[in-house]
Design a protein around this ligand. Structure first.
Ligand code: FES
Length: 223
């Protein structure tokens, strides 16, 4: 068993549990603060430290396993600056980033955002790319962002890197990314009914078969 502390209260939980399952083992019913349970949705952002070790650590509760003397707290939702825009009405020009998020000039390079990111992204570097108006670099460097919000929670200047990043990924995807010929071809195949028999086979497959097919699928590189 492992000793953990949830909001100051001691619990002994089995070794190997994730923080999320450990909370449930302790009797918490998680109806907010979790979603996919697979490290993708970013809903389970968690801050913790250890007994007699005040340094804060950051992780996704569905991925991180409990450790001895962990002190845990989950971050509740808090509002963050999010620019309103219509992607069809804005241009993929570098100055667009600053027009929608003028506060990014306040970044003083403390790098807290990078240290906070559970995805180990170079958040401060993509924020400096954003300042230079380099949409492509921001989009590529933030590709694995799960929008958990920890970077914004810890930014001493109140900046919201994850919203800046998704603006750039949207602009990049809509206007700048090279057109994918095989995607066009696949859409045409779907619309012509060419995939119907394969879809029917998938619908009849059991879980093991679906897992096997999923793990053996071809994955296109992100860029
Ligand atoms: S529950 Fe979705 S990332 Fe943890």
């Amino acid at each position: 068993m492992v000793d953990i502390y949830v909001m100051g209260k001691h619990y002994a939980v089995p070794e190997g549990l994730t923080i999320l399952t450990a909370l449930e083992y302790c009797g918490y019913r998680i109806i907010r603060g979790c979603g996919c349970r697979a490290g993708f949705c970013g809903a389970c952002a968690t801050i913790y430290n250890f007994k007699n070790d005040p340094v804060l650590r950051y992780d996704l509760a569905c991925q991180k396993t409990v450790e001895q003397d962990m002190y845990l707290t989950q971050i509740p939702f808090f509002p963050a600056v999010k620019a309103q825009y219509d992607l069809e009405q804005i241009k993929a020009a570098g100055e667009q980033i600053l027009a929608l998020y003028p506060d990014i000039v306040k970044c003083f390079g403390c790098n807290t955002c990078t240290k906070t990111c559970p995805q180990e992204l170079e958040v401060m570097w993509y924020m400096s790319d954003a300042l230079r108006g380099d949409i492509r670099e921001v989009a590529l460097k933030s590709f694995d962002c799960v929008m958990c919000g920890l970077c914004a929670a810890r930014c001493p200047q109140g900046l919201v890197p994850y919203n800046v990043a998704i603006l750039c990924r949207r602009l990049y995807g809509r206007y700048l990314a090279p057109v994918s010929d095989h995607l066009e071809q696949r859409i045409a195949d779907i619309e012509s009914g060419k995939c119907n028999s394969d879809v029917e086979k998938l619908k009849k497959a059991d879980e093991n078969e679906l897992r096997r097919l999923y793990s053996e699928r071809d994955i296109e590189p992100a860029y």
